[in-house]
Design a protein around this ligand. Structure first.
Ligand code: PLP
Length: 360
């Protein structure tokens, strides 16, 4: 990225030499991303995964305006799709939300049922969930959609870098560079050739005239390199990350009575462990861990000062109190088993402290 932030700081749309060199770097990155996701599609660079998701949903629905009026989404999609669908209500689009089963998997037959008898413009079911790490049967869901002649979109933001892209996975796919060790603030929308979508940003001819605006050359170059490296290192990284994660989970589950892993334990990303601590609030554990130098997340959303349990976990059928007890642990390629075991010890002591203090 450095040359494009310093010596080669040309605008990719300018005709002079510096501009041409930037344009050629963007072109190479586009080819790189396309060769990873699929040669049968076009790649449009965006500012993040949320933008790619929202654009896909709104743009595809707008292209179907007056012909199809239904959006089908799994209830565990990222808010960038769920909120985008809500925004489309003013244009007469109805949204059908499909819950996963208790293991966190959205079954293809649930999607089939939701499509039947409706004029569906867009189906969105992600490749792997960001809160539970549970991998979805995207290829089978695509088959259901293809048979019904419906556009299928697969949010691959969590999965990219951890799972390969099989041929013909979906009509639309989103990725975001920071999820595979690329820079923050750059993403991409891949669309199968022939897919119809409305323009996102009116302006210049960037991104084939569909998203005007000066290109983030350094970010795009960084994303291309990072995706290539992530694919190269995927088997080794996945094996290493899963081993570190498994050691952590084993120790935590053995050390905190009543704690259990949430979601399907086989079909999940190697990097994720979502653990319920039924006698605690996840947030209390998170705060104690932060003070001990261990960074974790809860799936809860804070609104007007009060936090609500994760909608993903509620959609899986977890009781509110159990959903509110969950903590999401994520592991990366640079985490060691020693760090994971240290973190596990801190989790065990934090959970015991919270349980002893009593729930708030
Ligand atoms: N989709 C999923 C599944 C995600 O996990 C995220 C971010 O965590 C996004 C979309 C949004 O990506 P970004 O943060 O690049 O906007």
């Amino acid at each position: 990225m450095m040359p494009y932030l310093t010596t080669s700081y040309g605008n990719a749309d300018s005709r002079y030499a510096l501009g041409r060199s930037a344009a050629s770097a963007v072109l190479s990155a586009r080819d790189e991303v396309r060769s990873v996701i699929g040669a049968g599609g076009n790649v449009y660079f965006t500012s993040c995964g949320s933008e790619a998701n929202s654009w896909a949903l709104k743009g595809v629905c707008a292209a179907n305006f007056g012909k199809k009026n239904t959006i089908v989404l799994s209830a565990i999609e990222h808010p960038s799709l769920l909120r985008a669908a809500e925004d489309m209500a003013v244009f007469g689009f109805e949204t059908v939300l499909v819950n996963p089963d208790s293991s966190g998997i959205v079954r293809p037959q649930f999607i089939q049922k939701a499509i039947e008898g409706r004029q569906v413009a867009f189906v969105g079911v992600m490749r792997a969930n960001n809160e539970t790490g549970v991998i979805q049967p995207a290829e089978e869901i695509h088959k259901v959609c293809r048979d019904a002649g419906v556009f299928y979109f697969c949010d691959c933001v969590q999965a990219a870098g951890a799972m390969p892209f099989p041929a013909d996975l979906a009509e639309g796919i989103s990725i975001s560079a920071h999820k595979f060790y690329g820079p923050k603030g750059v993403g991409a929308l891949w669309l199968k050739k022939g897919a119809r979508i409305q323009r996102l940003v009116s302006g210049g001819q960037q991104e084939s005239g569909l998203r005007g605006g000066t290109s983030n050359v350094a970010g795009i170059v960084g994303m291309g390199c990072a995706l290539k490296a992530a694919c190269r290192d995927m088997p080794a990284n996945n094996q290493k990350i899963a081993a570190v994660r498994n050691a952590f989970v084993k120790k935590v589950l053995g050390g905190v009575s009543g704690a259990f892993l949430v979601g399907d334990d086989k079909n999940r990303l190697p990097s994720n462990a979502n653990i319920a601590f039924p006698s605690c609030r996840g947030e209390q554990i998170m705060i104690k861990l932060d003070m001990r130098g261990v960074a974790v997340s809860t799936g809860s959303a804070c609104s007007s000062g009060a936090s609500k349990p994760s909608k993903v976990l509620l959609a899986m059928g977890l009781e509110e109190s159990v959903a509110a007890s969950c903590v999401r642990f994520s592991f990366g390629a640079e985490n060691t088993e020693e760090e994971a075991l240290f973190a596990a010890e801190e989790v065990i002591s934090a959970a015991r402290e919270v349980a002893a203090e009593g729930r708030i």
